[in-house]
Design a protein around this ligand. Structure first.
Ligand code: DGL
Length: 263
C-alpha cells in the first residue's frame, strides 16, 4: 500500500511522524527532510513556495497516497499560493489549522505564538486563531535561533534555555496563558520551554491534532493501509546528526537514511 508522504526542512517534521506512528501504526511513511535547504524560516514566500512545489513533486513521484506538510513555514507561506493544477492529486494537509484549533480550545484569552521569522511575518497563526475566536489577545515572537539549536541536538541545554528565556520574556510579561509551538522543531525543546513558561502556561503542539486529522481524512477516503508498514527516511544533504536525532526522536534504532536529490 502507498505510504503517507511527510516533509519538513529538517528533523522537526519527525515530531509529526512520531504522532502519526502512534495514531496510525499500520501506515507506511515516506519522510523527506530537505536538509540541503534548511532553514526555510528565514526565506521569502517565493523561495519557500518553490521548495514546497519540488518536495510535493518528489513525494508524488514516489507514489504517496497523501501528504502532510509537517512544516509550519511551508504550510503558512506556500500552501495558500499553490493552485490545484500545481498540487499532486492526493489529499494534502498543513499544520497551521490543527494547532490554531487546539489553542483556541484551551486558551483563557491570551495566546503567545512562537514560530520562524517567515511564519510570524505571514501572520498565519493569528489569522487562524482570530477566525476561531475573534476576542483573543495574541502576541507573536520569531525565534530564529531555535531551529539550529534543535538540528544540533541541544534539546535540553543551558544555552537553549538562555535563548528561550530571552525569546519568551516579552510574551510572559504580557501574561499569556497559552503558547503555540508554531514550528515543528519546537516540540523537541518542549521541556525547556515549559520550565521557562511555568506550569500555568499551556503549550500547544499540533502533532497530535495533525495525526487525528490525517486518521479521519484517510478513513473518509477509504485510504487506510492494508499491508504491514514500511518507513523510509530521505534527506537532501548528508545527515549523520539527522540519523542520530531521528533514532532518538522516533525511539527506533532501525532508522536508515536515503540521500535524494530534489531539484
Ligand atoms: N520546522 C519548520 C516549521 O515548522 C521550519 C524550520 C526551518 O526554519 O527550516 O516551520
Amino acid at each position: 500500500m502507498d505510504p503517507i508522504g511527510v516533509f519538513d526542512s529538517g528533523v522537526g517534521g519527525l515530531t509529526v511522524v512520531s504522532a502519526l506512528r502512534r495514531r496510525l501504526p499500520g501506515e507506511s511513511i515516506l519522510y523527506l527532510g530537505d536538509t540541503a535547504r534548511l532553514p526555510y524560516g528565514s526565506k521569502s514566500p517565493d523561495t519557500v513556495t518553490r521548495y514546497t512545489r519540488k518536495n510535493l513533486e518528489f513525494l508524488s513521484g514516489r507514489g504517496v497516497k497523501a501528504v502532510v506538510v509537517a512544516c509550519n513555514t511551508a504550510s503558512a507561506l506556500a500552501l495558500p499560493n499553490l493552485g490545484p493544477g500545481e498540487m499532486p492529486d492526493v489529499p494534502i494537509w498543513g499544520v497551521i489549522e490543527p494547532g490554531a484549533r487546539k489553542a483556541a480550545e484551551v486558551s483563557r484569552g491570551r495566546v503567545g505564538v512562537i514560530a520562524t521569522e517567515a511564519s510570524v511575518r505571514s501572520d498565519a497563526y493569528p489569522r487562524a486563531l482570530r477566525a476561531l475566536r475573534p476576542e483573543l489577545d495574541i502576541w507573536s515572537q520569531a525565534c530564529p535561533l531555535f531551529v539550529p539549536l534543535v538540528e544540533e541536538g541541544w534539546h535540553d541545554d543551558p544555552i537553549t534555555a538562555q535563548v528561550a528565556e530571552r525569546y519568551l520574556r516579552p510574551l510572559l510579561d504580557a501574561g499569556i496563558d497559552t503558547l503555540v509551538l508554531g514550528c515543528t522543531h519546537y516540540p523537541l525543546i518542549k521541556d525547556v520551554l515549559q520550565r521557562i513558561a511555568g506550569p500555568d502556561v499551556v503549550l500547544v503542539d499540533s502533532a497530535e491534532q495533525v495525526a487525528a486529522m490525517v486518521a479521519a481524512g484517510l478513513a473518509e477516503r477509504h485510504l487506510e493501509a492494508t499491508h504491514s508498514p514500511h518507513h523510509t527516511f530521505c534527506v537532501t544533504d548528508s545527515g549523520e546528526t539527522f540519523q542520530r536525532l531521528a533514532r532518538t526522536i522516533l525511539k527506533d534504532d532501525g532508522v536508515e537514511l536515503e540521500w535524494v536529490e530534489v531539484v
